[in-house]
Design a protein around this ligand. Structure first.
Ligand code: PLP
Length: 371
């Protein structure tokens, strides 16, 4: 049996998305900018996807811009806002557990002379609002805090951060890659800028979006032919965009996914010597489960599971960058050994109860062998 439990890394296409992708690849190959019939057809499907995605987030279609993925969305949000608003101040804030697509941008801005605050998180992987309130000031122009962390599933208080806009004039960005479709959009859609990615929600890789709420001053990053109302040039990835629209149309059964995660968690806890990180039923994203196996190297367990057809991630090897071992697990206070023993299980629409039963059986067996 093959059990794919690495859905926070990427997801497989669902049957309906795949069918739509095949249809559009074959039949709707025109350039949306072309004036003839084939161009108009392509423009129509892009418009329809834009409307579906915008509706799902309760934003206007004119506030949604397609990109090549969340890395581009994050880079555009950070650099685009900070450079456009740098006359107003030079203080910018983010958290220590952001994805490198955000952290690396802050790192660059810091080297350029911007004053950066990296917010701590508690052992539940949640930022400290008191710390934020103590550092924010008149010079703060930009805050970026992710809606859901990709290694822990912890949900950040985006709504609380947004309330600070009553007193301070800053742009709020949230990387909602792991939140979108998985937790209610009302928990993060009040941000000025929202990053999304297709391949985390059963759409194609290489497509994403950035929501830019009306009135938010952001410079475009990619210049050229003026596509996406001049905000993001480059011929639209029509097939990718349609796949994203289709994936959003097919609802996530959050309760079912949460039940499968609960089953997996209990099964692992009953059979192995573990510590489950940042798990709060109903208060963390339903698809992510971070587990530290005491006295076991996560990488070894990961490969033992792989040999049984089960695919998971280690807490330490998710980015080939300067962060090395997980900066996220380190930020919640795990020791080096604990970080090395941490596995991330992440569920998707396609997982079944039988798969979870099989996974528990194999995890129990392999963890016992490795102890
Ligand atoms: N932000 C988060 C939270 C992610 O999990 C990912 C995926 O790894 C990204 C950004 C980057 O997304 P993409 O692969 O679409 O560039």
């Amino acid at each position: 049996m093959e059990v794919y439990l690495d859905n926070a890394a990427t997801t497989a296409l669902t049957k309906d998305v795949l069918e739509e992708v095949k249809f559009v690849s074959e039949k709707i190959y025109g350039n949306p900018s072309s004036m003839h019939k084939l161009g108009v057809e392509a423009e129509k499907v892009v418009k329809s996807a834009r409307e579906k995605i915008a509706t799902s987030l309760s934003v206007s279609p004119s506030e949604l811009f397609f990109t090549s993925g969340a890395t581009e969305s994050d880079n555009t949000a950070v650099f685009g806002s900070v450079y456009a608003n740098s006359r107003k101040g030079n203080h910018i804030i983010t958290s220590k557990i952001e994805h490198p697509a955000v952290l690396m941008c802050f790192d660059k801005l810091e080297r350029e002379g911007f004053n950066v605050t990296y917010l701590d998180v508690d052992s539940d992987g949640i930022i400290d609002m008191e710390q934020l309130k103590s550092v924010i000031n008149e010079k703060t122009i930009f805050i970026s805090v992710m809606a859901v962390n990709n290694e822990l599933g912890s949900i950040q208080p985006i709504r609380e951060i947004a309330k600070l806009k009553k007193k301070y004039d800053f742009i709020l960005h949230t990387d909602a890659v792991q939140a979108y479709t998985k937790i209610p959009e009302s928990l993060y859609n009040m941000a000025d800028l929202i990053s999304l990615s297709g391949h985390k929600i059963h759409a194609l890789k290489g497509v994403g979006a950035l929501v830019v709420r009306q009135g938010t001053k952001v410079n475009p990053l990619i210049l050229g032919g003026g596509h996406e109302s001049g905000f993001r040039s480059g011929t639209e990835n029509v097939v990718g965009i349609v796949s994203l629209g289709k994936a959003v149309e097919e609802k996530w059964d959050k309760e079912r996914i949460a039940e499968l995660r609960e089953k997996l968690k209990s099964g692992i806890e009953e059979n192995c010597d573990v510590k489950v990180n940042c798990y709060h039923d109903g208060e963390s994203a339903p698809h992510i489960l971070s587990v530290t196996f005491n006295g076991i190297r996560g990488e070894v367990l990961m490969h033992a599971l792989e040999a049984r057809g089960i695919y998971v991630s280690t807490g330490s090897a998710c980015h080939s960058n300067r962060f090395g071992e997980s900066h996220v697990l380190s930020a919640i206070g795990l020791s080096k050994n604990e970080i090395g023993g941490t596995i991330r299980f992440s569920l998707g629409k396609l997982n079944t109860e039988a798969e979870i039963d099989y996974a528990i059986e194999c995890i129990a067996m392999e963890a016992k062998k490795l102890k």
